[in-house]
Design a binder for this molecule. Structure first.
Ligand SMILES: Cc1ncc(COP(=O)(O)O)c(C=O)c1O
Length: 412
Protein backbone atom coordinates (compact mmCIF):
# COMPACT_ATOMS: atom_id res chain seq x y z
CA UNK A 1 0.00 0.00 0.00
CA UNK A 2 1.55 3.29 -1.08
CA UNK A 3 0.34 6.35 0.66
CA UNK A 4 1.36 9.81 -0.37
CA UNK A 5 1.09 12.31 2.43
CA UNK A 6 2.42 15.65 3.52
CA UNK A 7 4.58 16.20 6.56
CA UNK A 8 3.64 18.73 9.19
CA UNK A 9 5.79 21.86 9.10
CA UNK A 10 6.16 21.97 12.85
CA UNK A 11 7.65 18.54 13.20
CA UNK A 12 8.76 19.30 16.69
CA UNK A 13 12.22 18.32 15.56
CA UNK A 14 15.16 19.60 17.50
CA UNK A 15 16.84 22.04 15.06
CA UNK A 16 20.19 20.92 16.43
CA UNK A 17 19.67 17.52 14.89
CA UNK A 18 22.10 16.93 12.08
CA UNK A 19 21.17 17.82 8.51
CA UNK A 20 19.71 14.98 6.39
CA UNK A 21 22.94 13.89 4.82
CA UNK A 22 25.35 13.36 7.68
CA UNK A 23 28.40 12.82 5.48
CA UNK A 24 29.20 14.97 2.48
CA UNK A 25 28.49 13.36 -0.90
CA UNK A 26 31.17 11.04 -2.28
CA UNK A 27 32.99 12.65 -5.17
CA UNK A 28 35.69 11.29 -7.43
CA UNK A 29 36.25 12.88 -10.82
CA UNK A 30 32.85 13.25 -12.44
CA UNK A 31 31.27 10.75 -10.02
CA UNK A 32 29.14 12.15 -7.20
CA UNK A 33 26.61 10.33 -5.07
CA UNK A 34 25.11 10.63 -1.59
CA UNK A 35 26.78 8.48 1.04
CA UNK A 36 24.43 5.95 2.66
CA UNK A 37 25.23 5.24 6.26
CA UNK A 38 24.98 2.30 8.60
CA UNK A 39 24.23 2.44 12.30
CA UNK A 40 25.63 0.03 14.89
CA UNK A 41 23.12 -1.88 16.98
CA UNK A 42 23.64 -4.20 19.86
CA UNK A 43 22.60 -7.77 19.03
CA UNK A 44 19.16 -8.36 20.46
CA UNK A 45 18.42 -10.71 23.31
CA UNK A 46 14.70 -10.18 23.65
CA UNK A 47 12.59 -13.04 22.40
CA UNK A 48 10.07 -10.65 20.91
CA UNK A 49 12.82 -8.66 19.17
CA UNK A 50 10.60 -5.69 18.70
CA UNK A 51 13.18 -3.43 20.26
CA UNK A 52 16.62 -2.45 19.03
CA UNK A 53 19.49 -1.13 21.16
CA UNK A 54 21.57 1.71 19.82
CA UNK A 55 24.13 2.74 22.43
CA UNK A 56 22.19 3.04 25.68
CA UNK A 57 18.76 3.70 24.09
CA UNK A 58 16.24 1.20 22.90
CA UNK A 59 13.69 1.79 20.16
CA UNK A 60 10.47 0.12 19.16
CA UNK A 61 11.29 -1.37 15.87
CA UNK A 62 8.95 -1.26 12.86
CA UNK A 63 11.31 -2.82 10.32
CA UNK A 64 10.71 -5.61 7.86
CA UNK A 65 13.33 -8.04 9.07
CA UNK A 66 11.53 -8.59 12.34
CA UNK A 67 8.09 -9.11 10.82
CA UNK A 68 7.81 -12.64 12.14
CA UNK A 69 10.18 -12.30 15.08
CA UNK A 70 11.62 -15.76 14.45
CA UNK A 71 15.28 -14.81 14.47
CA UNK A 72 15.48 -15.24 18.26
CA UNK A 73 13.04 -18.14 18.57
CA UNK A 74 14.50 -20.74 20.99
CA UNK A 75 13.82 -23.72 18.67
CA UNK A 76 15.63 -22.00 15.85
CA UNK A 77 18.53 -20.85 18.03
CA UNK A 78 18.87 -24.45 19.33
CA UNK A 79 18.88 -25.90 15.83
CA UNK A 80 21.69 -23.52 14.85
CA UNK A 81 23.67 -24.17 18.04
CA UNK A 82 23.36 -27.97 17.82
CA UNK A 83 24.43 -27.99 14.19
CA UNK A 84 27.36 -25.66 14.94
CA UNK A 85 28.52 -27.89 17.80
CA UNK A 86 28.39 -31.00 15.66
CA UNK A 87 29.73 -29.63 12.39
CA UNK A 88 31.17 -26.16 12.92
CA UNK A 89 30.19 -24.21 9.82
CA UNK A 90 30.15 -27.46 7.79
CA UNK A 91 31.91 -27.95 4.47
CA UNK A 92 32.61 -24.59 2.85
CA UNK A 93 32.26 -24.75 -0.89
CA UNK A 94 29.69 -24.22 -3.60
CA UNK A 95 26.82 -26.72 -3.63
CA UNK A 96 28.25 -28.40 -6.74
CA UNK A 97 31.65 -28.92 -5.07
CA UNK A 98 31.07 -29.96 -1.46
CA UNK A 99 28.71 -27.43 0.17
CA UNK A 100 25.48 -29.40 -0.20
CA UNK A 101 24.67 -31.48 2.88
CA UNK A 102 21.74 -33.46 4.29
CA UNK A 103 20.80 -30.23 6.17
CA UNK A 104 20.52 -28.35 2.89
CA UNK A 105 18.48 -31.17 1.35
CA UNK A 106 16.10 -31.19 4.33
CA UNK A 107 15.60 -27.45 4.02
CA UNK A 108 14.93 -27.74 0.28
CA UNK A 109 12.32 -30.44 0.89
CA UNK A 110 10.54 -28.39 3.54
CA UNK A 111 10.44 -25.35 1.26
CA UNK A 112 9.20 -27.38 -1.73
CA UNK A 113 6.48 -28.70 0.56
CA UNK A 114 5.60 -25.21 1.86
CA UNK A 115 5.35 -23.87 -1.69
CA UNK A 116 3.60 -26.99 -3.06
CA UNK A 117 6.30 -27.52 -5.69
CA UNK A 118 8.12 -30.66 -6.83
CA UNK A 119 11.50 -29.44 -5.69
CA UNK A 120 13.55 -26.51 -4.52
CA UNK A 121 17.04 -25.12 -5.06
CA UNK A 122 18.87 -23.21 -2.34
CA UNK A 123 20.94 -20.17 -3.19
CA UNK A 124 23.29 -18.20 -0.94
CA UNK A 125 20.83 -15.28 -0.73
CA UNK A 126 17.49 -14.15 -2.13
CA UNK A 127 19.43 -11.73 -4.32
CA UNK A 128 21.45 -14.63 -5.76
CA UNK A 129 18.25 -16.64 -6.30
CA UNK A 130 16.79 -13.91 -8.49
CA UNK A 131 20.07 -13.60 -10.38
CA UNK A 132 20.17 -17.37 -11.03
CA UNK A 133 16.67 -17.63 -12.51
CA UNK A 134 16.95 -14.95 -15.17
CA UNK A 135 19.16 -16.79 -17.62
CA UNK A 136 17.82 -18.20 -20.90
CA UNK A 137 16.63 -17.43 -24.42
CA UNK A 138 13.32 -15.87 -23.62
CA UNK A 139 11.24 -12.72 -23.49
CA UNK A 140 10.97 -11.40 -19.94
CA UNK A 141 8.13 -9.16 -18.81
CA UNK A 142 8.97 -7.41 -15.58
CA UNK A 143 6.90 -5.12 -13.32
CA UNK A 144 8.37 -1.61 -13.21
CA UNK A 145 8.70 -1.75 -9.43
CA UNK A 146 10.30 -5.17 -9.08
CA UNK A 147 13.05 -5.65 -6.51
CA UNK A 148 16.61 -4.65 -7.45
CA UNK A 149 17.76 -8.29 -7.49
CA UNK A 150 15.20 -9.17 -10.18
CA UNK A 151 16.29 -6.14 -12.17
CA UNK A 152 19.97 -7.05 -11.87
CA UNK A 153 19.25 -10.66 -12.87
CA UNK A 154 17.51 -9.40 -15.98
CA UNK A 155 20.30 -6.92 -16.72
CA UNK A 156 22.84 -9.73 -16.57
CA UNK A 157 20.83 -11.89 -18.96
CA UNK A 158 20.30 -8.88 -21.22
CA UNK A 159 24.02 -8.30 -21.39
CA UNK A 160 24.53 -11.88 -22.50
CA UNK A 161 21.96 -11.23 -25.26
CA UNK A 162 19.88 -14.16 -24.08
CA UNK A 163 16.66 -12.27 -23.33
CA UNK A 164 14.36 -9.59 -24.69
CA UNK A 165 13.07 -7.42 -21.87
CA UNK A 166 9.73 -5.64 -21.53
CA UNK A 167 8.95 -3.55 -18.46
CA UNK A 168 5.25 -3.13 -17.79
CA UNK A 169 3.80 -0.33 -15.69
CA UNK A 170 3.43 -1.27 -12.05
CA UNK A 171 0.59 -3.81 -11.68
CA UNK A 172 -0.90 -2.60 -14.99
CA UNK A 173 -2.37 -5.75 -16.49
CA UNK A 174 -3.67 -4.14 -19.68
CA UNK A 175 -0.16 -2.81 -20.37
CA UNK A 176 1.27 -6.28 -19.73
CA UNK A 177 -1.39 -7.87 -21.93
CA UNK A 178 -0.63 -5.59 -24.87
CA UNK A 179 3.12 -6.18 -24.51
CA UNK A 180 2.54 -9.94 -24.45
CA UNK A 181 0.34 -9.77 -27.54
CA UNK A 182 2.89 -7.81 -29.53
CA UNK A 183 5.84 -10.08 -28.62
CA UNK A 184 6.67 -12.72 -31.21
CA UNK A 185 9.07 -14.77 -29.10
CA UNK A 186 7.56 -18.12 -28.16
CA UNK A 187 9.01 -18.52 -24.68
CA UNK A 188 7.71 -15.82 -22.37
CA UNK A 189 8.28 -15.25 -18.68
CA UNK A 190 6.42 -12.80 -16.45
CA UNK A 191 8.23 -11.94 -13.25
CA UNK A 192 6.88 -9.93 -10.38
CA UNK A 193 7.27 -9.31 -6.67
CA UNK A 194 4.22 -10.92 -5.05
CA UNK A 195 4.09 -8.34 -2.25
CA UNK A 196 6.04 -5.24 -3.24
CA UNK A 197 8.75 -4.51 -0.71
CA UNK A 198 8.83 -0.73 -1.02
CA UNK A 199 5.13 -0.18 -1.67
CA UNK A 200 3.33 -2.85 0.33
CA UNK A 201 0.82 -3.66 -2.41
CA UNK A 202 0.11 -7.13 -3.79
CA UNK A 203 0.67 -8.12 -7.42
CA UNK A 204 -2.72 -8.69 -9.08
CA UNK A 205 -2.42 -12.48 -8.81
CA UNK A 206 -5.85 -13.38 -10.20
CA UNK A 207 -5.36 -11.24 -13.29
CA UNK A 208 -1.86 -12.62 -13.79
CA UNK A 209 -3.24 -16.15 -13.66
CA UNK A 210 -5.90 -15.26 -16.26
CA UNK A 211 -3.27 -13.72 -18.53
CA UNK A 212 -1.08 -16.79 -18.07
CA UNK A 213 -3.91 -18.94 -19.33
CA UNK A 214 -4.35 -16.74 -22.40
CA UNK A 215 -0.70 -16.22 -23.29
CA UNK A 216 0.92 -19.39 -21.93
CA UNK A 217 3.83 -17.67 -20.18
CA UNK A 218 5.85 -18.93 -17.26
CA UNK A 219 4.80 -17.10 -14.09
CA UNK A 220 7.64 -16.33 -11.69
CA UNK A 221 7.04 -14.57 -8.38
CA UNK A 222 9.44 -13.22 -5.80
CA UNK A 223 7.63 -14.10 -2.59
CA UNK A 224 10.26 -12.62 -0.27
CA UNK A 225 7.65 -10.79 1.78
CA UNK A 226 4.76 -13.23 1.50
CA UNK A 227 6.52 -16.42 2.62
CA UNK A 228 5.23 -17.55 6.05
CA UNK A 229 3.23 -14.29 6.33
CA UNK A 230 0.44 -14.95 3.81
CA UNK A 231 -1.75 -17.99 3.23
CA UNK A 232 -3.39 -20.26 5.77
CA UNK A 233 -0.25 -22.37 6.20
CA UNK A 234 2.26 -19.65 5.50
CA UNK A 235 2.76 -20.83 1.91
CA UNK A 236 2.83 -17.20 0.79
CA UNK A 237 0.94 -14.96 -1.60
CA UNK A 238 0.13 -17.77 -4.07
CA UNK A 239 -1.51 -19.74 -1.27
CA UNK A 240 -3.38 -16.61 -0.16
CA UNK A 241 -4.77 -16.14 -3.69
CA UNK A 242 -5.30 -19.86 -4.14
CA UNK A 243 -3.11 -20.08 -7.22
CA UNK A 244 -0.07 -22.13 -6.10
CA UNK A 245 -0.38 -24.42 -9.12
CA UNK A 246 -0.44 -21.53 -11.57
CA UNK A 247 2.78 -20.05 -10.19
CA UNK A 248 5.55 -21.91 -11.99
CA UNK A 249 8.55 -20.65 -10.04
CA UNK A 250 8.49 -19.16 -6.57
CA UNK A 251 11.61 -17.36 -5.40
CA UNK A 252 12.13 -16.40 -1.79
CA UNK A 253 14.50 -15.39 0.93
CA UNK A 254 15.01 -16.88 4.37
CA UNK A 255 16.11 -13.52 5.74
CA UNK A 256 12.67 -11.96 6.28
CA UNK A 257 9.92 -13.86 8.10
CA UNK A 258 12.15 -16.92 8.61
CA UNK A 259 14.62 -14.65 10.41
CA UNK A 260 17.65 -16.57 9.05
CA UNK A 261 19.62 -16.20 5.85
CA UNK A 262 19.68 -17.62 2.32
CA UNK A 263 17.55 -17.72 -0.79
CA UNK A 264 15.54 -20.40 -2.57
CA UNK A 265 13.82 -21.22 -5.81
CA UNK A 266 10.83 -23.55 -5.50
CA UNK A 267 9.97 -25.09 -8.87
CA UNK A 268 9.68 -28.32 -10.86
CA UNK A 269 12.53 -30.84 -10.97
CA UNK A 270 13.16 -29.90 -14.59
CA UNK A 271 13.52 -26.19 -13.78
CA UNK A 272 15.76 -27.01 -10.86
CA UNK A 273 18.08 -28.99 -13.16
CA UNK A 274 18.24 -26.11 -15.60
CA UNK A 275 18.83 -23.42 -12.99
CA UNK A 276 21.46 -25.39 -11.12
CA UNK A 277 23.31 -26.02 -14.36
CA UNK A 278 23.07 -22.46 -15.69
CA UNK A 279 22.55 -20.03 -12.80
CA UNK A 280 25.91 -18.41 -12.23
CA UNK A 281 25.07 -16.95 -8.83
CA UNK A 282 24.20 -20.50 -7.69
CA UNK A 283 27.15 -22.25 -9.35
CA UNK A 284 29.88 -19.79 -8.39
CA UNK A 285 28.98 -19.03 -4.78
CA UNK A 286 29.62 -20.87 -1.53
CA UNK A 287 26.51 -22.47 -0.09
CA UNK A 288 25.09 -21.45 3.28
CA UNK A 289 26.84 -22.73 6.43
CA UNK A 290 25.23 -25.84 7.97
CA UNK A 291 23.99 -24.04 11.15
CA UNK A 292 22.15 -21.55 8.92
CA UNK A 293 20.53 -24.35 6.91
CA UNK A 294 19.55 -26.10 10.16
CA UNK A 295 18.12 -22.89 11.62
CA UNK A 296 16.21 -22.06 8.43
CA UNK A 297 14.71 -25.55 8.34
CA UNK A 298 13.57 -25.12 11.97
CA UNK A 299 12.16 -21.68 11.05
CA UNK A 300 10.06 -23.12 8.21
CA UNK A 301 8.63 -25.76 10.57
CA UNK A 302 7.95 -23.24 13.37
CA UNK A 303 6.59 -20.64 10.95
CA UNK A 304 4.11 -23.13 9.49
CA UNK A 305 3.04 -24.38 12.90
CA UNK A 306 2.75 -21.14 14.86
CA UNK A 307 -0.29 -19.80 13.04
CA UNK A 308 -0.86 -17.27 15.86
CA UNK A 309 1.88 -15.15 14.30
CA UNK A 310 -0.06 -14.86 11.05
CA UNK A 311 -3.23 -14.07 12.98
CA UNK A 312 -1.47 -11.44 15.11
CA UNK A 313 0.05 -9.69 12.14
CA UNK A 314 -3.21 -9.43 10.23
CA UNK A 315 -4.92 -8.17 13.40
CA UNK A 316 -2.29 -5.43 13.59
CA UNK A 317 -3.04 -4.54 9.95
CA UNK A 318 -6.71 -4.08 10.82
CA UNK A 319 -5.87 -2.06 13.92
CA UNK A 320 -3.53 0.24 11.99
CA UNK A 321 -6.31 0.78 9.47
CA UNK A 322 -8.79 1.64 12.24
CA UNK A 323 -6.36 3.97 14.05
CA UNK A 324 -5.29 5.97 11.00
CA UNK A 325 -8.13 5.54 8.51
CA UNK A 326 -5.56 4.45 5.93
CA UNK A 327 -6.87 1.45 3.95
CA UNK A 328 -3.66 -0.58 4.09
CA UNK A 329 -3.74 -4.11 2.69
CA UNK A 330 -0.54 -5.61 4.07
CA UNK A 331 1.88 -5.26 7.00
CA UNK A 332 4.20 -3.19 4.78
CA UNK A 333 3.08 0.43 4.87
CA UNK A 334 4.73 2.99 2.67
CA UNK A 335 4.09 6.59 3.66
CA UNK A 336 5.45 8.73 0.84
CA UNK A 337 6.53 12.16 2.05
CA UNK A 338 8.51 13.42 -0.95
CA UNK A 339 12.02 14.78 -0.51
CA UNK A 340 14.90 13.08 1.27
CA UNK A 341 14.99 15.88 3.77
CA UNK A 342 11.35 15.43 4.75
CA UNK A 343 11.71 11.66 5.04
CA UNK A 344 14.86 11.91 7.15
CA UNK A 345 13.34 14.57 9.39
CA UNK A 346 10.26 12.48 10.01
CA UNK A 347 12.37 9.39 10.66
CA UNK A 348 14.54 11.31 13.15
CA UNK A 349 11.48 12.66 14.87
CA UNK A 350 10.22 9.10 15.29
CA UNK A 351 13.62 7.98 16.53
CA UNK A 352 13.54 10.73 19.13
CA UNK A 353 10.14 9.49 20.20
CA UNK A 354 11.50 5.96 20.58
CA UNK A 355 10.44 4.38 17.25
CA UNK A 356 12.76 3.02 14.61
CA UNK A 357 11.04 3.56 11.27
CA UNK A 358 13.42 3.86 8.35
CA UNK A 359 13.40 6.62 5.77
CA UNK A 360 13.64 4.98 2.36
CA UNK A 361 15.48 7.08 -0.19
CA UNK A 362 17.07 6.77 -3.63
CA UNK A 363 18.48 4.52 -4.99
CA UNK A 364 15.88 2.26 -3.37
CA UNK A 365 12.99 4.47 -4.52
CA UNK A 366 12.76 7.15 -7.23
CA UNK A 367 13.75 10.73 -6.27
CA UNK A 368 10.99 12.70 -4.57
CA UNK A 369 9.10 9.60 -3.56
CA UNK A 370 11.09 9.18 -0.34
CA UNK A 371 9.05 7.52 2.31
CA UNK A 372 8.71 6.18 5.78
CA UNK A 373 8.29 2.46 5.64
CA UNK A 374 6.49 0.96 8.59
CA UNK A 375 6.45 -2.82 8.89
CA UNK A 376 4.05 -4.30 11.36
CA UNK A 377 5.37 -7.28 13.26
CA UNK A 378 3.75 -10.35 14.82
CA UNK A 379 4.96 -9.39 18.29
CA UNK A 380 3.73 -5.80 18.24
CA UNK A 381 0.75 -5.29 20.50
CA UNK A 382 -2.31 -3.11 19.93
CA UNK A 383 -0.80 -0.73 22.48
CA UNK A 384 2.50 -0.51 20.53
CA UNK A 385 0.47 0.52 17.50
CA UNK A 386 -1.39 3.20 19.41
CA UNK A 387 1.92 4.69 20.54
CA UNK A 388 3.37 4.50 17.04
CA UNK A 389 0.40 6.16 15.37
CA UNK A 390 0.43 8.91 18.01
CA UNK A 391 4.10 9.59 17.22
CA UNK A 392 3.45 9.36 13.47
CA UNK A 393 0.58 11.82 13.71
CA UNK A 394 3.04 14.47 14.96
CA UNK A 395 4.92 14.37 11.69
CA UNK A 396 2.44 13.04 9.11
CA UNK A 397 -0.88 14.57 8.10
CA UNK A 398 -3.14 11.51 7.99
CA UNK A 399 -6.02 13.65 6.65
CA UNK A 400 -3.98 14.58 3.58
CA UNK A 401 -3.42 11.04 2.62
CA UNK A 402 -4.05 10.17 -0.98
CA UNK A 403 -3.72 6.63 -2.18
CA UNK A 404 -1.53 6.33 -5.20
CA UNK A 405 1.21 4.20 -6.59
CA UNK A 406 4.53 4.93 -8.16
CA UNK A 407 3.17 3.75 -11.54
CA UNK A 408 5.49 3.99 -14.45
CA UNK A 409 8.70 4.70 -12.59
CA UNK A 410 10.82 2.02 -14.18
CA UNK A 411 14.01 1.28 -12.37
CA UNK A 412 15.57 -0.78 -15.14
C1 LIG B 1 11.53 -8.66 -2.82
C2 LIG B 1 12.91 -9.05 -2.42
N1 LIG B 1 13.56 -10.00 -3.14
C3 LIG B 1 14.81 -10.37 -2.81
C4 LIG B 1 15.48 -9.84 -1.74
C5 LIG B 1 16.89 -10.25 -1.45
O1 LIG B 1 16.93 -11.21 -0.43
P1 LIG B 1 18.27 -11.43 0.38
O2 LIG B 1 18.33 -10.41 1.44
O3 LIG B 1 18.15 -12.83 0.93
O4 LIG B 1 19.41 -11.31 -0.59
C6 LIG B 1 14.86 -8.87 -0.96
C7 LIG B 1 15.58 -8.27 0.18
O5 LIG B 1 15.31 -7.21 0.66
C8 LIG B 1 13.53 -8.46 -1.30
O6 LIG B 1 12.90 -7.50 -0.61
Amino acid sequence: MIIRCSTKCSLGIDPRLKSPSQSPPFTSGSLTFPVLETRIYAAMESLTIKKLMDGSRSYFCFLEMIIWALSSHPTIARAAANAAQKHGMGPRGSALICGYTNYHRLLESSLADLKKKEDCLLCPTGFAANMAVMEDRIAIFSDALNHASIIDGIRLAERQHTVDVYVYRHCDMSHLSSLLSSCELKKKVVVTDSLFSMDGDFAPMNELVNLRERHGFLLVIDDAHGTLVCGKHGGGVAEEFNCDRQVDICIGTLSKAAGCHGGFIACSKKWKQLIQSRGRSFIFSTSSPVPIAAAAHAAVIVGKKEAWRRKAIWNRVQEFRALTGIPITSPIISLIVGSEEKALKASRHLLKSGFHVTAIRPPTVPPNSCRLRVTLCATHTADDLKKLTAALSCCINFQDIGLCNSRGTARL
